[in-house]
Design a protein around this ligand. Sequence first.
Ligand SMILES: Cc1ncc(COP(=O)(O)O)c(C=O)c1O
Length: 475
Amino acid sequence: MEGTLLKKLYSPEAFNALGNTVVDVLTEHLDRTVNQVNSKPIHWTPLEEEVRFWEASMEDATASDFFPEILRRTTHTHHPKYVGHQVAATAPITALTGMVSSLLNNGMAVYEMGMAPSAIERIVIDRICKQIGYAGDSGGFLTSGGSLANLTALLSARKAIVKHDVWNEGNSCPLGIMVCEESHYCVDRAAKIMGLGEKGIIKIPAAQDFSMDVSMLEEYFNKATSEGIEVFAIIGSAPSTATGAYDNLQEIGQFARQKNIWFHVDGAHGGAAIYSKKYKALLQGIENADSVVIDGHKMLLMPTITTALLFKNKAHAQNTFSQQADYLLVENQEDVWYQSGKMTFECTKTMMCLHWFVLLKNYGEQLFDEYVTRQYDLAQSFAKLLKDDPRFELATPPQSNILCFRWIVPEKSNKELNQLNAAIRQQLLEDGEFYIVQTQLRGIHYLRTSLMNPFTTLEHLEHLLEKIAKIAQHK
Ligand SMILES: Cc1ncc(COP(=O)(O)O)c(C=O)c1O
């Protein structure tokens, strides 16, 4: 390799030198963002300008300014005024586990290509199952994201419930799933990928508080059945994305049991409340779910992308993608939990279990309890602030750490207020002192916050409201 680019590329000395520099850059970044020293959560640039910058950079950037430049031109979840999308301000130690995973690159499809992470993943999965309240024959795996995990769970559901062998023979009769109209779009997408079509996604209307109106279940099920659709699964959102409203898992579980269909919980965001002594009642009934999705990279302080897919009966985890129609594990069939590729949609995946393991090993479940409880409490305090301020309107009382509200002016129509709130959000984005997002609910435009950052305080949020008021008064 003498004199080749490859030799240069793999130089341990060069790695060490650059690695230390990057850690220094990231340390300084962490310090500046968490402590808000000369920093903002976002330095907005229009798309075309950003592309032009990186095109020019491709030609002349040196390794030493690449990393600081990335930081200058990205969104900073560690900043306390980051109250935007649902991604974690990662625990810094998980940046290190991410680095280990990237360098070792154990693909984990088979045990030999990830012995330590396979064992570690098993331990992590067992701990999560226990926290859910599952019994001993539960199991599951980590996979690349909530969207993929929801699709995988629905494939498992179809295999378990539908009598004919769709996996091998294709779809020969109309199939369907039931889900609240407020569910995350990935459920819709999963159903479309599975060939259920529009008719196969039976959308249950939301109640006033944006959770699934469970009083409609019987009616919608009977209608679908009378149209010849075989409903094989029902999905509860815990919570749904836009408003953070939790579906009634107890009722949905009972309904699923009565109808003999699969009960899946999309807890990508708020499944993490299983760790909160104060808020776990929101998930009452989750222990009856056939499958549960929980994202580590949302409410559990981990980097993208790491998702747990848990099954009440681990036989389902292991047979989703098996070629056999009769999939249930027979007594002496081997339990292949250690061959990840047999269970997951992906063949190769990252060693994402390292993030979960270091956090649990060093801090225990107590860390997640502290974090989730703090963020959900903060949303309650923020809601009170908004309720007490006549200039603002809350979409619905928050159940999680997601909160939608808008600026109101009594004499303006909803159409005008929609335009005004959209303009406020655009100005906030361009200003960059806060990062917040927006959503439409029943035709009304709301500003939306997910209180993800463990350093955001009520004072920050008070300041946000004053800033919005100032912007609105100049519109
Ligand atoms: C309720 C819910 N389910 C699923 C997803 C998708 O998860 P991921 O982004 O990990 O694919 C999201 C993302 O926001 C979500 O809020």
